[in-house]
Design a protein around this ligand. Sequence first.
Ligand SMILES: Cc1cc2nc3c(=O)[nH]c(=O)nc-3n(C[C@H](O)[C@H](O)[C@H](O)COP(=O)(O)OP(=O)(O)OC[C@H]3O[C@@H](n4cnc5c(N)ncnc54)[C@H](O)[C@@H]3O)c2cc1C
Length: 435
Amino acid sequence: MTTQAAKTGGYISGYDGNYYATTLTENREWPALDGAQEAEVCIVGGGLAGVNTLLGLRERGIDAVLLESSRIGWGASGRNAGFVAKGYAAGEGSLLAKYGMDKAKTLVSLTKNARGLIRERIQKYDIDCGPVIDGVLTVSWHDQPGAIVDAIKTANDHFDLGFEFKTREEVREMCRTSRYHDGIFSPHDYQMNPLKFLRGLAAAADKIGGRIFEQSAVTSLSKDGAGWLVKTAQGTVRAKHVVLSTAVYGDAVDKRLQFAAIPVQTYIMVTEPISEDAYAASLNTRYAIYDSRFCSDYYRRLPEGRLLWGGRVGLFAHPDNIAEAMTQDMLKVYPQLRGVVKPAFAWSGLLSYAAHKMPMIGKLEDGLWYNTGYGGHGICPTTAGGEIVAAAIAAGDTGYRAFDDFRLSFTGGKAGRYGAQMVYLWWKLRDHLNI
Ligand SMILES: Cc1cc2nc3c(=O)[nH]c(=O)nc-3n(C[C@H](O)[C@H](O)[C@H](O)COP(=O)(O)OP(=O)(O)OC[C@H]3O[C@@H](n4cnc5c(N)ncnc54)[C@H](O)[C@@H]3O)c2cc1C
């Protein structure tokens, strides 16, 4: 994965052009695996899915090792937009329609609980990932207030999500653009610095005995008596259980995961600081914002007066210049920022999308677990997934069976990516035509 920075320097190594790395006030590095280790559990992948599993296991007293091929949070987890919102990419309405009320409620409540657990852990482990700002606003690109009211009713009546309707006057007071119509406000969702959060979680797991190894790509996995043998270039881990949380970076350690998700790129740009006045004339709120299109813009104000702007997806190539592409998208919504805003950082990240748009959590065989497929619904579901897998291994909990309907899907390899590209173009056209 190539990343691109409009500005370099100032951030700690291993995070490419990622703005968040410039905000770190520590530069802890975990060692590479060297030699032989034994553990009850070996987790592969140091993103949110892997680190949450490690912390969940350690909190339950289980001996565990985590191997990350680069740095903790190098993947999507350390480069996302930092919106902490409940729910899944599949959407509550579609879960309800396909799986019925009980199942949909169980699934959605997992991410609601996770949203609370994240707050608890920030406090409990004193994780410096602020400012944590409450409130996420979804603004409607289309003039369809009836659809918004219906969505709020479903979310509140069935899932108790506490959504609030915002009129277009209220939306336009916060977002000074004529692009948007009405909005859905979620007061309990929030925003934070995702890289600082993840590194804080990893430090917490380490402090209570979790063994973490960076620069330790897993090169092979094989059966070893009643357990598993995991190999890196310079070391091995023998473990009774292995949890694969490698998302879509690199080749899958187990070929059964190789085509289970489509790697989808998405992009973020962070600007130079913007004056208070220029802000107030465009984005007159601290809430995190995203719009209602299939392929939405998502953005929020950062400390120091910077603006984080994310959007677009790509199945194959990057846009030639991510910073320029994001700036153009921003100016379509806020033309008043022309000449006011300069990009300072830009990068891409990979989402790991299953065909069913749900996380994939389960067992491949005895002692071999997968916890992956978090494209489009990351921070809360990965927290839930970590807890589910940790509870299954530590106490035989069967909560992971709630994901039996969302097994490893076959996404069709390269052909699947062409198919997904066509679907994406179709939805872009619909967005463009306002249908
Ligand atoms: C630009 C962008 C914006 C996003 N915005 C949001 C948002 O605002 N809110 C939200 O909730 N979600 C968001 N997401 C989604 C969220 O970031 C992801 O769902 C989540 O981070 C997935 O976590 P993960 O641990 O599954 O994957 P990753 O974070 O990608 O971690 C996988 C890790 O596995 C490691 N790995 C791979 N192969 C090996 C191997 N062989 N050996 C060892 N390690 C290996 C990789 O190096 C990587 O660090 C966004 C994602 C992107 C890309």
